[in-house]
Design a protein around this ligand. Sequence first.
Ligand code: BGC
Length: 557
Amino acid sequence: MLDPSRRTLALNDERTWFQRAVFYEVYVRGFYDATGDGQGDIRGVTSKLDYLEWLGIDCLWLLPFYASPWKDGGYDVSDYYSVHPAYGSVTDIEELLNQAHLRGIRVIADLVLNHTSDQHPWFAESKMSRDNPKSDWYVWADDDGGYQSAPVIFIDSQSSNWTYCPDREQYYWHRFFNHQPDLNYENPDVQEAMLQVVRYWLGLGFDGFRLDAAAYLFQAEGTCCENLPATHTFLKRIRSVVDAEFPEAVLLAEVNQVPSEVVNYFGNGDECHMCYDFPLMPRLFLSVKTESALPTAEALRQTPDIPAGCQWGIFLRNHDELTLEMVTDQEREFLYSAFASDPISRRNVGIGRRLAPLIDNDRRVAELLHALILSLPGSPILYYGDEILMGDNIYLGDRDSVRTPMQWSPDRNGGFSRADPARLYSSPIIDPVYGYQVVNVESQMNNPSSFLRWTREMLSVRHRESVLGDGEFKLLSVDNDCVLAFARFLARDERVVLCVFNFASKVQPVSVNLSDWISRVPVELLGMTPFPVIEDDGAYRLTLAPYGFLWFELCVA
Ligand code: BGC
């Protein structure tokens, strides 16, 4: 274990670190194979920490690494206390945590709360009879007629949330795959068992959890079985354990819900510290395709205020499909036709593509979207490989399309593994546009104008301008619908950052209302170039390149 005094030196000892952090999501299986068996592993992640430190990320989010039959990328856990043998051991995890902390990088784990694998010993016991000690650790019923208002989530493969179990001659409830039975949180023993899991991994040194599928923990007849009061009560229980025993740990909730529901997961600052901003994400893509800032501005207007000490998690892509659950039917149809004209790229209610192919590999759009998630209210969460604009393979099933090996170099297997290529868990991308021979970390590190180097530079500006992490947010009025403008500032502080974005593919003029900051001098943050002073009427004219953006500090003259 890490010497605690070193850790305090390396990491700032304060509770709201996550408000200024840049997160980086790692699919361990696809990141780096240190053991040469064709699968990424924990030691592989550890060996790439220098890279992640160089890039400037603050917190790693590890996708599930627990023992699992791996029928759902590890979200089908068969033992919460052990590491999948292909990934390594608990000792490897401890070493990863130690090495990350020495570099000032925090690490959060994915906590799969809602369900286990059907291979978990709890389920094996539960299904054997109706009166064994674990018989009510899962949600059982004599027929499949209950909770009909709860939608099926994985519509590509599941037709019902109930599956018949011949052993028990009953049905069990599952919101995801039928090999993932939902735990029964009505049972206090289940709650206790999960709190022990929380204590175990935080005690080992993790800095928090992403709470998987947090909206579905309880069921109630006549409801959609999402966002129920009992679910909030249990999440608050987890939070009270965290506050009492691990006060620096963060809870990041995965709740793919409308803004008025998501905001409840912050409680009164006594539930989750962070929630993903699912409603915002598809609107960014909508704005790009419609060349209009209005969808994004509207989503921002609908984003509720959150309690002090909380934060949104904002992202472009992740290990799942680009989910389109949070848009209107009309918007969804438009997004499908704009981004998934080939039906093979559709997954469930969404699109199984990475960022670069979604935006036709347009570097300008990639920069625009990254600049947005680095300056909008929230902490940015980057998905491994997007920093080099990696491609995908839409012919792989389910969400494996976006989980191909990280492309480290032009060497064999993209530098991901020394194994025989035939042994890899998935082939690396080899097409002429996104193939590892052209798109890889090594070549982009060596190229000063690469997207990787640009991203690194942007992360350093984001760290320098901490107001982008924890500042107030104000949308500014503009006279051009293609353009989004907002300010980030600290109340009672002089420091103000102005951010302006052009969603159009053509150059655009704009006048931004800066009447709150008359006589200040905008200084552009990437080149530190002073711009003309803000005159008395506050109408500030700018010209933006196609998909261009500008960040300024508004300096007191
Ligand atoms: C995860 C998915 C997973 C599902 C079931 C989700 O929210 O992000 O990858 O399949 O939960 O655990």
